[in-house]
Design a protein around this ligand. Structure first.
Ligand SMILES: [Zn+2]
Length: 134
């Protein structure tokens, strides 16, 4: 994209992607914060509450990451590097960007990341969220 004039179809594609990214930023998460209490009187209740809490944390974490990536993707559009992988500087395919407008890395780097080759976000540990027993 750098150093040349965009074609009309490229411009249209970017306009569509920009709309999708703005929609992601405006979307409200399914949960409006973690508010579940953990009932500690019954082991069954506690186990069920912990499972619910874990799910809520995962939903919020996913929403946070999507919005963070959408913001970065919009910034990359401004810098004309939207199609460039943030890890290897290879090209992110149009197909991948159509499916995931906020994709920041190519599919190869995404696969490496999922295999644990590198992480940019520390995972949340459920143990950190439990009430401390005295
Ligand atoms: Zn890459």
């Amino acid at each position: 994209m750098k150093g040349r004039i965009m074609t009309a179809s490229e411009r249209r594609f970017l306009d569509e992607q920009k709309k999708k990214l703005i929609a992601i930023l405006g979307a409200r998460p399914n949960k409006d914060g973690i508010k579940n209490e953990i009932r500690q009187h019954d082991a069954g209740d506690m186990s069920s509450d912990l499972t619910n809490l874990g799910t809520e944390v995962a939903v919020l974490d996913c929403d946070y990451q999507q919005k963070r990536d959408a913001r970065i993707a919009l910034q990359k559009m401004e810098e004309a590097t939207y199609f460039e992988c943030s890890e290897c500087e290879g090209k992110i395919s149009i197909r991948r960007l159509t499916a995931i407008p906020q994709a920041l890395v190519c599919i190869r780097c995404k696969d490496l990341s999922e295999q644990g080759q590198y992480h940019d976000v520390a995972p949340v540990r459920i143990g950190d969220l439990l009430p401390q027993t005295v």
